[in-house]
Design a protein around this ligand. Structure first.
Ligand code: NAI
Length: 413
């Protein structure tokens, strides 16, 4: 296969980035060491669609060392790092991605990667699964199974499964404890603020930060915003999550009210049209908008544009929308995931766990995929425990163990 990347000459800095993250991914290093010897994926082919940066690149290499032939595409046009893509090609992975590709190119890359005819897939957001169930149905019989990285992709998969249209078993990697408790909460929490701060170079303390959605990602975003000294306001549609936010110490109100007082708005819902025309109309001069949900439909950008006198880039990854009354509203990273489009994504120590989940989900499919129903499955819980143990060990930490008497007292087997 002929890879499609921006420029192979960029590879040296890509190799440096991959080497750097490897230092902080001890779980994946342990996996790499064990399975590069046993090569369980020998003769198997895999297509991965994920944010193509250094941590993802290392995971792709781990699968390759474990015997798989891998083809990879990016899962968002702005999160692909061209130097990392080049380094991966030098290392023997088939790569189809470049930064800031058009929508047409994005889907063409998936078509090209699928020419490998995969046995296994890893998806992030559902576009790969969608392509397989529409334009590439001829490939379906060969596919043993796959896994899905994010909440939005899992929603799409469950929809497909409910209609009885899912054609192979999928593991909701996102729904494993060792993924969402850490990646969605602490990973998104930290990397989103990293993306916003490095892009704006402004202070967060004292600002009113409005966070839409108090799910796993929203909780992380709110926790870290508070840590930075912001006054945090939460908007929700789920009354239970709203109460949780109240007892976590945050103010809760509808977006109609929050729109008037926010300095920075951050959407983390997985929903669409969370911030729309009437909200833009009541925002303060200088309000900033960012999204860290999977798709760029949480902030209605066409409506913002239609209200505006002009739209112009004022700084890398920041656009100014000048309103007819002179107010300026700023949009970060085109409303795409700000932590990946304007940053490097989650910290390596966090992705160490998420990609551990991905690796063992694939192992589960390798060993049991043929017996699994064409449904959305959870990763077996023993794997969560195994990953947690590996991570604790790598951190040099030990914990207590139950005595037989305690096990009996707690009615455990
Ligand atoms: P979640 O399902 O735990 O939380 C979403 C929350 O948003 C729910 O509490 C829901 O009630 C609320 N919500 C839905 N519509 C709303 C609306 N119109 N206004 C206010 N609240 C609303 O989902 P999770 O795991 O927090 O993921 C959220 C999004 O972030 C998804 O699109 C997911 O794929 C994405 N994600 C992004 C990551 C990143 O690196 N930026 C990492 C992990 C997930």
């Amino acid at each position: 296969m002929e890879s499609m990347i921006r420029d192979i000459k960029l590879a040296p800095s890509g190799h440096d980035k991959i080497e750097w993250v490897k230092n902080f991914m001890p779980v994946m290093r342990a996996v790499d060491e064990e399975f590069s010897r046993t090569k369980p994926f020998a003769g198997k082919k895999m297509v991965i669609t994920l944010h193509l940066e250094a941590k993802t690149a290392y995971m792709a290499e781990v699968f390759m060392h474990a015997g798989a032939e891998v083809a990879i595409t990016g899962s968002n046009p702005l999160s692909t790092q061209d130097d990392v893509a080049a380094a991966l090609v030098e290392d023997g992975v088939n790569v189809f991605a470049w930064h800031d590709c058009t929508e047409e190119e994005y889907f063409k890359f998936i078509d090209e990667a699928l020419k490998i005819e995969p046995d296994f897939i890893i998806d992030d957001g559902g576009d790969l699964v969608h392509a397989l169930h529409t334009t590439h149905r001829d490939l379906l019989p060969k596919i043993v199974g796959g896994s899905e990285e994010t909440t939005t992709g899992v929603h799409r998969l469950r929809g497909l499964a409910q209609e009885g249209k899912l054609e192979f078993p999928m593991i909701a990697a996102n729904d494993a404890y060792m993924k969402f408790l850490f990646d969605n909460r602490y990973g998104t929490g930290q990397s989103t603020w990293d993306g916003i701060m490095r892009t704006t170079n402004l202070v967060i303390a004292g600002k009113t930060v409005v966070i839409a959605g108090y799910g796993w990602c929203g909780k992380g975003g709110a926790m870290r915003a508070r840590g930075l000294g912001a006054n945090v306001v939460i908007t929700e549609v789920d009354p239970i999550k709203a109460i949780e936010a109240v007892f976590d110490g945050f103010r809760v109100m509808p977006m109609d009210e929050a729109a008037k007082i926010g300095d920075i708005f951050l959407t983390l819902t997985g929903d669409k049209d969370v911030i729309v025309k009437r909200h833009f109309e009541s925002m303060k001069d200088g309000a900033m908008l960012a999204n860290s949900g999977h798709f760029d439909c949480e902030i209605n950008i066409p409506e913002l544009e239609s209200l505006s006198k002009s739209r112009r880039k004022v700084r890398n990854n920041i656009e100014e929308f000048l309103q007819k009354d002179g107010r300026k509203i700023y949009l970060l990273a085109e409303g795409r995931l700000v932590n990946l489009a304007a940053g490097d994504g989650h910290p390596a120590e966090i992705m160490d766990l998420s990609f551990g989940v991905q690796f063992f989900s694939m192992m589960h499919l390798l060993e049991h995929g043929k017996e699994l129903k064409k449904e959305v499955h959870l990763m077996p819980n023993e794997v969560n425990v195994k990953l947690a143990e590996l991570k604790l060990k790598s951190l040099g930490m030990a914990i207590d163990t139950l005595t037989p008497e305690q096990r009996a007292y707690l009615n455990l087997e």
